[in-house]
Design a binder for this molecule. Structure first.
Ligand SMILES: [Zn+2]
Length: 403
């Protein structure tokens, strides 16, 4: 398969050279010594004979004069290499193009951008950044280069530079990205908190808030900060608000609630607070109960009752209970605990978060989808969704960082 691919490329390259030579002949150029096969062409044949196909392709392409007719073919070939994951070949191809003195400025810019794409695909972010910075000043690829730079800075966790690039994009008329920028500030705040630099963290969180109001991640980090500086009571209203307005984040709220109450010496209040929140809506109650099951918190007094209400009304689980237990059997504590343990194991075994934008699924939660790089797009799957494949007789699978 690989051999036939290389052969195909060589045939294509040979065709470029052959076509070009024929064309020159047809337009009436007399066969002068300068029209004889070039040293590059002969060298290419030599590499071919010696089974060095990559070098042969490079030599053949050097043998072809770069003009409007041949350069697009070379770009197409380079893009093909990149799409196939053969980034070394794409890089050599585009580097080769850039060394050509006869390349016009438009194609030189195109080659630079193509090479930057090769570096991105190969994970050579520092080299890509260098080229993209040049292209982001002006020209045809300015906007694309700025967007790619954002990607580079996100990968490198250089959040301040990512913010700067978004500001430049907004200045040139592209839509503002307050959500992404607010997340960048949160990333910076989390880094400052890890360094115990709470003043800087507070400034970053204020910047996130200025960018995006009603921003759950900012509220969660402000709660973390309150606990870190010894003021857990300030964290409680923040956590309650996120639990009520963002039930899909129950898995992020609950461990923080436990930690906050412990810091405040109020562990006994956990069940009461969860019940109070559950009264807000069924969605909030279900999300918190399921988060408690997954976090293995059912030994906390009062939480088993919350789980009992949940499993009796969650359609798939209720169906399983009815199928497995004799009618009128009370869901006693021991049975309920075993049922919840099974639910937790199933949740931890399978990818239980899925991106609503691209379908990427993972066992852990991410604020930014590792698949499509969207922010806030990973949502937890409900037990119904997690258990459905079991009901269909096949294990759930999905794309995940470890997959
Ligand atoms: Zn995604």
């Amino acid at each position: 398969m690989r051999a036939s691919w290389v052969e195909g490329v060589l045939i294509l390259t040979g065709a470029i050279v052959g076509w070009y030579a024929t064309r020159r002949w047809r337009i009436g150029t007399a066969p002068t010594p300068s029209r004889l096969p070039s040293s590059d062409y002969l060298q290419g044949l030599n590499y071919l004979v010696n089974e060095q196909p990559d070098r042969a392709v490079e030599a053949f392409l050097r043998a072809v004069a770069v003009d409007r007719d041949t350069v697009e073919t070379q770009f197409a070939l380079g893009a093909l290499f990149r799409r196939r994951g053969e980034t070394d070949r794409a890089i050599r191809m585009h580097q080769n193009l850039m060394t050509r003195t006869e390349l016009d400025p438009v194609h030189r810019e195109q080659a630079t951008y193509a090479l930057a794409q090769d570096y991105l695909r190969a994970g050579l972010y520092d080299r890509a950044e260098k080229l993209l910075l040049g292209l982001s000043e002006a020209g045809t690829y300015r906007i694309s280069a700025l967007r790619d730079l954002c990607r580079v800075y996100e990968v490198e966790h250089d959040w301040e530079k990512a913010i700067e690039v978004h500001r430049v994009l907004a200045k040139v008329g592209k839509p503002a990205q307050p959500l992404a920028i607010a997340h960048y500030w949160c990333e910076l705040a989390a880094m400052s908190m890890a360094d115990k630099d709470y003043d800087t963290a507070r400034r970053h969180l204020a910047a996130a808030r200025a960018e995006q109001r009603r921003f759950p991640r900012g509220a969660l980090l402000r709660a973390d900060l309150a606990v870190a500086i010894g003021e857990p009571e300030l964290a409680l209203p923040l956590l309650k608000r996120v639990a009520i307005h963002n039930p899909t984040l129950a898995g992020e709220v609950l461990p923080r609630l436990v930690k906050t109450l412990k810091a405040a010496g109020r562990e006994a209040d956990l069940a009461g607070i969860l019940k109070e929140l559950a009264r807000e809506s069924r969605e909030v109650g279900d999300a918190l109960a399921y988060a408690a099951i997954v976090a293995d918190l059912l030994e906390t007094p009062g939480l088993l009752e919350l789980a009992r209400d949940y499993v009796s009304r969650e359609p798939t689980v209720a169906e399983m209970v009815q199928a497995l237990l004799p009618p009128a059997t009370a869901l006693e504590a021991a049975v309920l605990t075993r049922l919840c343990t099974a639910l937790r194991r199933q949740a931890l075994r399978a990818p239980r978060f899925q991106c609503v934008e691209c379908g990427f699924s993972s066992t852990g939660f991410f604020w930014q989808c590792p698949g499509c790089k969207s922010w806030d797009s990973l949502k937890p799957l409900s037990p119904t969704e997690l258990l459905a494949p079991l009901a269909n007789g096949r294990p759930r699978s999905g794309r995940s960082p470890g997959a």
